[in-house]
Design a protein around this ligand. Structure first.
Ligand code: NAD
Ligand code: UD1
Length: 335
């Protein structure tokens, strides 16, 4: 049985990935400081799978405590590194907190891996590393650039990981560049739980549930078919399965886009949510959000060709599962 250390495993994508790993027979160890999550998500994953997770409430900024985890858990085969701060707007306001947490946390983790001989790591990167991409759909080989401190941390972490692999031929690094993860596990037991949502779908979910009065559409004058921004939304369970495929087939440094290859506009997303949830969902057009681009969708074939991994769930499933989670857990895990 392979053993995987999941940093940030109590969070949104980490909890779904831990569930997939347990179901596929992996042993899962989670390290998380719960700064943006709740231990309840781990309990629910255990309940859903009927399997145990070893959980350490540890901050990656605390190198000694991180090393203690790796020493206590010998024979870790791979690490999936989700733990990071991820709010773009906040990163502009508080850049040092973002650089410190995301970069120092990653360096501590890599040092601890080196000291204990763990050589395989899958990293949560983001489409944000393409900045304002010129070529759409964007291939993995496109020029990179970030437009905010959060994006800079993702770019830097990609570079640090790649340099570490260059220096150590035993090391395998897979960088997964996620597009827009949405939805929840079909049980409705785990899902995304932001108190103050920044991303579109969690905001729409909370409007549908009556927690917020209306959704603001950030601009309808983009050069897109209906004037609103177009993104590639991917079901979080498809994304979780991509992580399992990645750790099952590590080989040097690899970089993959993880998306579906199909883009939807803001208006299309809201309309689908209206139809599936039966909620009215008031919407108001407002100014563009600073830093937004008109359209960002990936070339999504490489991960299919090399890892045999393809997104199976469509928009209806994404929204049905998001709504199931939201309506079943109006306060997320905070009840
Ligand atoms: P999340 O906030 O739900 O999960 C991140 C987890 O990391 C949280 O549980 C948090 O408590 C933990 N954490 C943060 N800093 C830590 C530290 N110093 N030590 C220990 N634990 C720490 O976010 P998510 O949506 O699940 O995202 C997971 C990863 O995927 C992040 O790296 C994020 O940048 C990346 N990503 C997310 C999206 C998205 O839309 N959700 C898109 C692209 C990339
Ligand atoms: C955002 C981040 C990106 C990050 C990703 C996942 C920015 C500029 N980009 O991507 O770095 O990796 O989240 O965390 O923040 N929208 C509205 N109203 C809302 C919210 C969003 O109209 O209340 C629109 C946006 O303008 C965009 C689309 O919905 O066109 C998707 O937005 P969002 O969910 O925030 O994702 P991204 O901007 O693609």
């Amino acid at each position: 049985m392979q053993k995987v250390l999941v940093t940030g495993g109590a969070g949104y994508i980490g909890s779904h990935t831990s569930l997939v790993l347990l179901e596929k027979g992996y042993e899962v160890v989670i390290l998380d400081n719960l700064c943006n999550s709740s231990e309840e998500s781990i309990r629910r994953v255990e309940k859903l799978t009927g399997k145990k997770i070893t959980f350490y409430n540890v901050d990656l900024m605390d190198k000694e405590a991180t090393l203690e985890v790796l020493n206590k858990e010998p024979n870790i085969d791979s690490v999936i590194h989700f733990a990071a701060l991820k709010a773009v707007g906040e990163s502009v306001q508080k850049p040092l907190i973002y650089y410190n947490n995301n970069i120092s946390g990653t360096i501590n983790l890599l040092e601890c891996m080196q000291e204990t001989g763990v050589n395989n790591i899958v990293f949560s990167s983001s489409a944000t590393v393409y900045g304002d991409a010129k070529e759409i759909p964007v291939p993995e080989t496109a020029p990179l650039g970030a437009t905010n401190p959060y994006g800079q941390t993702k770019l830097m972490m990609e570079t640090i990981l790649t340099d570490c692999a260059k220096a150590n031929e035993k090391m395998n690094v897979t960088l997964l560049r996620y597009f827009n993860p949405v939805g929840a596990h079909e049980s409705g037991e785990i899902g995304e739980d932001p108190e103050y949502p920044n991303n579109l779908l969690p905001f729409v979910q909370q409007v549908a549930a009556g927690i917020r009065p209306k959704v603001f559409i950030f601009g309808d004058d983009y050069d897109t078919p209906d004037g609103t921004g177009v993104r590639d939304y991917i079901h979080v369970m498809d994304l979780a399965e991509a992580h399992e495929a990645a750790i099952a087939k590590m080989n040097g440094v690899k970089v993959y886009n993880v998306g579906t290859g199909t883009g939807y506009s803001v208006k299309e997303m809201i309309e689908s949510f209206r139809q599936i949830s039966g909620s009215e969902i008031s919407a108001e057009i407002t100014a563009r959000r600073e830093g937004d681009v008109a359209m960002l969708t990936p070339k999504a074939e490489l991960i299919k060709d090399e890892l045999g991994c393809e997104a199976k769930r469509g928009l209806t499933e994404m929204i049905t599962d998001a709504w199931h989670w939201q309506s079943q857990n109006p306060k997320g895990f905070r009840e």
